[in-house]
Design a protein around this ligand. Structure first.
Ligand SMILES: Cc1cc2nc3c(=O)[nH]c(=O)nc-3n(C[C@H](O)[C@H](O)[C@H](O)COP(=O)(O)OP(=O)(O)OC[C@H]3O[C@@H](n4cnc5c(N)ncnc54)[C@H](O)[C@@H]3O)c2cc1C
Length: 78
């Protein structure tokens, strides 16, 4: 049986795919070393990455999701 009784979402995901994080880490290990690694995917991170890439540097961005506060605010005031 897949499961008996109440089960949390985390438990379901663990049963479906236990080693997803390990495979993702392995994929990252296969990548060559970045010249520039930008932390954060907000406007500042995007600008830093664009300018770095324009200079020909091998550039990466670490971001949970792209957009930063711009993607989270409801209204644009200016
Ligand atoms: C409610 C609200 C309304 C706004 N309205 C306007 C507007 O109308 N017009 C305007 O021009 N501006 C507005 N702003 C301001 C604008 O959103 C910010 O100035 C702009 O987003 C700042 O960009 P940033 O890249 O410096 O930072 P952020 O947008 O904050 O991006 C930083 C990113 O870095 C990530 N990060 C942080 N720490 C780590 C870590 N350790 N590891 C990995 N990632 C990390 C964060 O998750 C985030 O994605 C508003 C802001 C708010 C909160």
């Amino acid at each position: 049986a897949f499961s008996v009784g109440a089960i949390s979402v985390v438990e379901v995901l663990n049963k479906l795919d236990k080693n997803a994080a390990g495979r993702q880490a392995e994929q990252l290990n296969q990548k060559s070393v970045f010249d520039m690694l930008v932390i954060g995917g907000g406007p500042a991170g995007a600008a830093a990455a664009i300018y770095s890439a324009r200079k020909g540097l091998n550039t990466g961005i670490v971001a949970e999701k792209f957009g930063g506060q711009v993607a989270e605010t409801v209204g644009i005031e200016n």
